[in-house]
Structure formats: C-alpha cells, structure tokens
Design a binder for this molecule. Structure first.
Ligand SMILES: [Zn+2]
Ligand SMILES: [Zn+2]
Length: 335
C-alpha cells in the first residue's frame, strides 16, 4: 500500500510503499477513503510529543470502510462505514476506565501518535476506537468531524448552556467554523467573535445570530451589551485574545478552551469570584462521542468546509494547513 510517513522528528512527509498491515486481536483494519489534516499532526512531524516511535504515519481524522477484523472482534464487520479520531483506544483497567471515563484513560492511545494513522491506504485501530459513520454523510466531510468536529460538538453539549442561552464562539477557523454551526443547531443564541469586518458575512452564513469584531472595540464589552455570555467557546489558540473575553461572561458563565495554545491565560481571581465564573478545558471524546457528533451533523446539516488533496500530495496539503490559508480543513482522499 501507499503510505505517507515521517521517519524522524523534523523530517519530511515522505510517500513510501509498505505491506498492508494485519489486524491483531481486538483490532480492525480500515481501508482509508479520506483522512483530515489537523494542526496536532505537527506533534508527529516535529517530534513534539514525547515517546513517538519513528517512522510514524500521522493522521487522526480517518474515514473509510472496515476491511478486515482480528480475533475476538464481534462489533465490526467488513464493509461497514467507519471512522477513527484522536482517541485511539483505552486500557479498560485503570481508575478512570473502571469509572467508564475512557477519555481520561491513563494509558490511552492516540491515533497517528501511539500507532500509525490515516495518511495511508490502510490502517489498523483497536475496535473500541472505531465509530460508525451514517450512510448519508460523505467520507471527505465525515473525516474532519472526527477531531475538529467532535472537539467542539462534545465540549459544547457538556458545558451546561441551555437552549436559548447566549453562546459565543471565538475564532472562525478549522474549529470555530464548526463551533458556530453546532452552537446554532443546538439552539443557542450564537455569537461569533472574529477579527475584522470581512468575516461577518461568513459567520452569519454559518448560523451566527450576532457578530463581534475584535478590531471594532473590546469584545468583552460587546458581549456584555448583548447580556453577557453563558458560555464562550475559545477555538483560536491566542491566549491574549482569549483572556480578553473573560469579562464578557455572564454570572455563572464559563470560558471553555479547546484551541490548544501554549501561552498562559491571564485572569485574576477577582474576575471569576464575584460572578461565580469558570474556565474549563476539553479534549475531543471517545468513539461513541464521535458517533454522536457524526449523527448530529447528518441530522442538522453541520458540515466542514474542506479543501481536498490526493494522498500523494500530502506534503503540499500539510503546508497549506500549516500556512493557515486553508478554508478551513484540509482532507486527503485516496483514489
Ligand atoms: Zn486533531
Ligand atoms: Zn484506562
């Protein structure tokens, strides 16, 4: 099969021929039809995740067909349309697993990091990491929902906002353009926060009821004029911009951070205490959460905006993703 691998930290994305992998006990082989690129693929390419064994095939937004199953797999059978996301399986035995909180497994695997991912014609995943894709969702559009989509959908639905509440989505990019659609479809009064007037039309097309332009004044004040946000979903990893939103929260409001930045947020205890405000992070979710994400998307019409590249042009696709020019998710498709 053709695969695209990184052979050392800081190495290039190189296309290679490899044997088709065999599924072991409890594993499923997937014939990959589409694989989204995610900014976290940088961790593999640049070696920023500790313990990665090279060569490694990146990719954790995988959509395709079950091709073969290993021993003891009863849940899946060849021909089913399935996907795999960031969460690449769990141990079933650590304390979080024994509580059913598989996402927090202490020995959790990550697709495309712990084992080879979807920049390839075939890949193998643990059965518990596999999610069913609804028939009416095309694979190229399903793929980005398995990391970008689930991250915003699953965090939004667990954050405590109720139908009609004011929910702001900061950033109109790979995560944000999905976050706006989900917030609208979940019944929230949806406010998009972006930089510049030029993003307003798109934000409204995606479903935003209101648009806050951070160039036009302090966004926290603009949110307070709208009554204050019950929830602010921060998707763009710009800690300074995120910190500037805290005072836009209503009482009991929550700042929900999903854009993975490395700079410190700046917030004083006084900004949180009086209004009983909170800051929370959220990782993506399990395979079952992926199924919920995909089903909700099929039901409500939420779709990623994508740019397609053939597998052979993975390096070009990666550059487009890293440049920030992509609108908004880049997807590899296998012929
Ligand atoms: Zn990702
Ligand atoms: Zn575990």
């Amino acid at each position: 099969m053709k695969a695209v691998q990184v052979s050392k930290p800081g190495g290039n994305l190189e296309i290679v021929e490899r044997p088709i992998p065999q599924p072991g006990r409890g594993q499923v082989r997937i014939k990959v039809e589409a694989c989204g690129l995610c900014h976290s693929d940088v961790l593999v390419k640049e070696g920023h995740w500790p313990g990665i064994q090279y060569p490694r095939v990146p990719g954790h937004e995988i959509a395709g067909l079950v091709d073969a199953v290993g021993a003891d797999v009863t849940l899946w059978k060849p021909g089913q349309r399935v996907g795999v996301g960031w969460h690449g399986g769990h141990c079933f035995q650590c304390d979080p697993c024994r509580r059913g909180d598989f996402m927090l497994c202490q020995f959790g695997k990550i697709t495309g990091i712990t084992f080879d991912g979807g920049y390839a014609e075939y890949m193998v995943a643990p059965a518990e990491a596999v999610a069913l894709i609804p028939d009416d969702l095309p694979v190229a559009e399903a793929a980005p929902l398995l990391c970008a989509g689930i991250t915003v959908y699953n965090s939004l639905r667990h954050a405590g906002a109720l139908a009609g509440d004011l929910v702001a989505v900061q950033g109109i990019g790979g995560l944000g353009h999905l976050g706006i659609q989900y917030a609208r479809q979940m019944g929230f009064r949806t406010v998009a926060i972006g930089r510049g007037k030029d993003k307003q039309a798109l934000a409204q097309k995606l479903g935003a009821h209101e648009y806050v332009d951070t160039n036009a004044g302090a966004p926290a004040e603009a949110l307070q004029k709208l009554g204050g946000a019950r929830l602010i979903l921060a998707t763009a990893p710009d800690s300074k911009s995120i910190s500037a939103l805290v005072d836009g929260l209503a009482g009991n409001g929550k700042l929900l951070v999903v854009g993975a930045g490395v700079e410190s947020l700046t917030v004083t205890p006084l900004q949180l205490i009086g209004g009983r405000k909170a800051i929370q992070g959220w990782p993506s979710g399990t395979a079952k959460d992926s199924e919920d994400t995909l089903r909700f998307s099929a039901l409500s019409g939420v779709r990623p905006m994508i740019e397609r590249y053939p597998l052979e042009k993975a390096a070009e696709a990666y550059d487009q993703m890293i440049s920030g020019r992509a609108r908004f998710r880049v997807v590899l498709t296998m012929s």
